[in-house]
Design a protein around this ligand. Structure first.
Ligand SMILES: [Cu+2]
Length: 231
């Protein structure tokens, strides 16, 4: 637990609230303005941040959204830094850098900050069709050397099984795309975004969309698990 009960009591003091707000302003958006994530269908931690970020201690989450609950309990920074799920210096060898079962945490990158994303279970899923569009938000205008979009094979069960490379099938790919070719956006966040059409033939029900975004400013690669329900 990163938020002890004493933390709550302290919030009762207005001066501390102001201080905490100031710190959040400096720390959270500072790191939170520099990278990106998939926002539709949303990555696991982005979804937990967008649904619960303003009420992350609400015990109702435990029953309404239990996988987000376990994620917030494990490390709140995985949500505050929803755009920081990346590794550096992988040199394109994603499978070598990330063991099976750890794909959703980028191989427990950042000292394991995102490890709760690897836990299989009933994450909230976005309804999509077999033809869908993946939306990737880039807040820092990194652009992409490439973006690879995978969907799990029919038969894989994200409720019971942590994601492995063997579960994935490439369904869409985008090559070198400088940020000038992305769409400028101001909501829900400032930055550029790219919409990637993809097709998940022969699939229905619960699946994961797995995205690898190789940013262009340096060897920085991002890994996103998004829970979907294919109808
Ligand atoms: Cu970045």
């Amino acid at each position: 637990m990163k938020v002890p009960a004493t933390g709550r009591r302290r919030f009762a003091y207005p001066a501390i609230i102001a201080l905490a707000a100031a710190l959040l302003t400096v720390v959270t958006p500072g790191t939170a303005s520099s990278h990106g994530t998939t926002i539709d269908p949303s990555s696991r931690n982005y979804g937990c941040w967008s649904r619960w970020g303003n009420q992350f201690q609400n015990p109702a989450m435990q029953t309404q959204d239990p996988m987000c609950w376990q994620a917030w309990q494990t490390d709140t920074n995985a949500m505050w830094n929803w755009n920081g799920l990346f590794r550096e210096g992988v040199q394109g060898n994603h499978q070598g850098a990330i063991p099976n079962g750890q794909l959703c945490s980028g191989g427990r990158t950042g000292d394991g900050r995102y490890r709760a994303m690897d836990v299989p279970g009933n994450w909230r899923a976005t309804n999509i069709g077999r033809n869908f569009t993946l939306r990737l938000l880039d807040q820092a205008s990194h652009g992409a050397d490439y973006i690879r979009v995978y969907v799990t094979r029919q038969g894989y069960n994200p409720l019971t099984t942590a994601l492995g490379w063997n579960h994935l099938e490439l369904v869409a790919q985008v090559g070198n795309t400088p940020p000038s070719q992305w769409q400028k956006v101001t909501t829900p966040h400032q930055g550029v975004q790219i919409n990637i059409p993809a097709t998940a033939n022969g699939r229905s029900g619960r699946h994961l969309v797995y995205t690898i975004w190789q940013a262009s400013h340096s060897d920085q690669s991002y890994y996103f698990c998004a829970d979907v329900n294919i109808t």
